[in-house]
Ligand binder design. Structure first.
Ligand code: ZN
Length: 179
């Protein structure tokens, strides 16, 4: 198991745009190791998602999943997936608000509104193409993680800077939060 260091906000790599990945690259040993290490790191840190730029790799790959994460009652909603070159298309103008957290912004939470229903298109680690309509908690996680591939952190999308702070100082209900 390899747990990698997660970069924190302020590191310039988190603000760069990541590059597309090719089918040839996905088949390499190095790429397979990268994906394994990303899952190890996400699970170790107790996150529901991790994007490659968060470990300093500027490539368009995200891992998500919370199948055995005790922190989330609704974790069954987030099956484990590798999302390569993901594309998001919002399907509804209605927004859903959520208190988001991020492994790159430890101990903080902020209220962000995002489209509640999206179309997700991506390649998996075997280069199968997927297209799926996604709603709810999972749609929040996917949008948050894919933002990292464009150098965007959830704090850029705060609805109100007053709705941001340390988790232990905010008065939140458990089921409203994500990290
Ligand atoms: Zn994040």
């Amino acid at each position: 198991m390899s747990v990698l260091k997660v970069l924190k906000i302020g590191n310039p790599l988190l603000r760069k745009k990541s590059l597309d990945i090719s089918e040839t690259e996905v088949a390499t040993k190095e790429f397979k190791k990268l994906v394994r290490d990303m899952f190890d790191t996400m699970r170790y840190e107790g996150g529901v998602g991790l994007a490659a730029p968060q470990i300093g790799i500027l490539k368009r790959v995200v891992v998500v999943g919370a199948e055995n994460n005790e922190k989330y009652e609704n974790s069954g909603e987030i099956p484990e997936h590798v999302l390569i070159n993901p594309i998001i298309t919002p399907l509804e103008s209605s927004l859903r608000g959520f208190w988001e957290g991020c492994l790159s912004v430890p101990e903080m939470r902020g209220y962000v509104e995002r489209p509640s229903k999206i179309k997700m298109e991506w390649y998996d680690h075997k280069w199968n193409f997927h297209s799926e309509v996604i709603e709810g908690f999972r749609a929040v996680v996917y949008q948050h993680e894919c933002d990292h591939l464009d150098g965007i952190i959830y704090v850029d999308r705060l609805k109100d800077t007053k709705l941001f702070g340390y988790l232990d100082s905010l008065e939140l209900k458990e089921d409203d939060t994500l990290d």
